[in-house]
Each structure stands twice: as structure tokens, then as C-alpha cells.
Design a protein around this ligand. Structure first.
Ligand SMILES: [Zn+2]
Length: 187
């Protein structure tokens, strides 16, 4: 923040707004108009939404302070291990933290759920070759690498045919195709 304090406190009542953009009205984050109809979509439509929306939500992960994405309660119900699920609050709003360096997977309802609370290894947070990338059809990093581009085509075909169940299989509660393509690129 630039220092906008007037040099002399006695002048403050007469000071004009400072800077070329002083009259700009700051608008807090609002839902993107193109996402405004998202509530009317079915969970399957949302799960197969290929481009991931930017994390504009202001609700930050309690562990790393960064904004997480909203995740459906069905994802937590499907993937939390019993002791964690026993503290789940169905009416709460939950978010998923995608940060690889953060151990928290979900937060909300006054609780944080960590990697050890989730039934499956979380792709974004685990580096191993046997970690799933496509949870619905069982593609690990290793299998993807061995199969090559045909794997992505096969997965895309299943997604387009409406066979994926990302909201209950993938810890992020969304389609894996972006992650599959990420794994396919040399890195
Ligand atoms: Zn986090």
C-alpha cells in the first residue's frame, strides 16, 4: 500500500483524492458472469468443466492462507476416512486446497482435513509414480507415461460419454483431464 497520509494533518480536510486512479471504484470479487449459471448445472456438467476457474474465492486455507476452491460435500463424504467423516458437517461449505506444499486437503465447518484423512493419495500433493492422475479409470503417473497420448484420448472419450465420476473419485471433485495433459507434457 502506498502511503497516502497527508504530510500535514491540518490539510486533510482539503486534500483531493491522490493519484490518477483515486476516483476508480474498487469492486470486490464478484462471480464471473460466465459462471453465473453454474448453479443450474448438474454435478456431472461441473465435474467435466475442462478449464479450471480462477480461485477468486476469498476463503483462505487455514494452513497456508491461500484461496482454495469450493468443493461439493459429496466429494468429502466419498473420500474422507471414517474418523474424519465423523466430524463432517453436512451444512457447511468446504474448500479444497490445491497447494502441493500444504498438507490440508479440505477445510470448512470448523475443521481441516489433511492428506492422512483422505482415502486416496491426492494427486496435487503427492509426487509418487503410483499416484492416480485419473481416479475414475485408474491412470497413475506411471501408466500415463507408459501409454502416452492414447491414454488422454481414451480418458477424454470416457468423459465425453458421461462415464466419469470425478465428484466422488477425484479428491479435487473435478475432472482430471487438465492434470492428465499436464502429466503428458515433458517436465
Ligand atoms: Zn492449504
Amino acid at each position: 500500500m502506498p502511503n497516502t497520509e497527508p504530510p500535514n494533518p491540518a490539510m486533510c480536510g482539503r486534500l483531493a483524492p491522490v493519484g490518477p486512479h483515486a476516483s476508480d471504484t474498487w469492486v470486490p470479487d464478484a462471480p464471473c458472469p460466465s459462471r453465473a449459471g453454474a448453479a443450474a448445472e448438474t454435478p456431472r456438467d461441473r465435474c467435466c468443466d475442462l478449464p479450471e476457474p480462477a480461485a477468486t474465492e476469498s476463503h483462505a486455507c487455514p494452513s497456508n492462507g491461500r484461496a482454495g476452491r469450493k468443493v461439493g460435500t459429496i466429494t468429502l463424504k466419498a473420500l474422507l476416512l471414517p474418523p474424519a467423516l465423523a466430524t463432517f458437517e453436512p451444512a457447511a461449505e468446504y474448500r479444497y486446497c490445491p497447494d502441493p506444499a500444504c498438507d490440508t486437503v479440505y477445510y470448512g465447518g470448523g475443521h481441516e482435513y489433511r492428506r492422512a484423512d483422505v482415502e486416496v493419495p491426492v494427486y496435487a500433493k503427492e509426487a509418487g509414480d503410483d499416484v492416480p492422475v485419473c481416479y475414475c479409470f485408474g491412470w497413475t503417473r506411471r501408466r500415463l507415461r507408459e501409454a502416452g497420448p492414447v491414454a488422454a484420448e481414451q480418458i477424454r472419450g470416457h468423459v465425453q460419454a458421461g462415464r466419469c465420476g470425478c465428484e466422488v473419485n477425484n479428491p479435487k471433485g473435478r475432472c482430471c483431464l487438465g492434470d492428465v495433459h499436464h502429466e503428458m507434457r515433458p517436465h
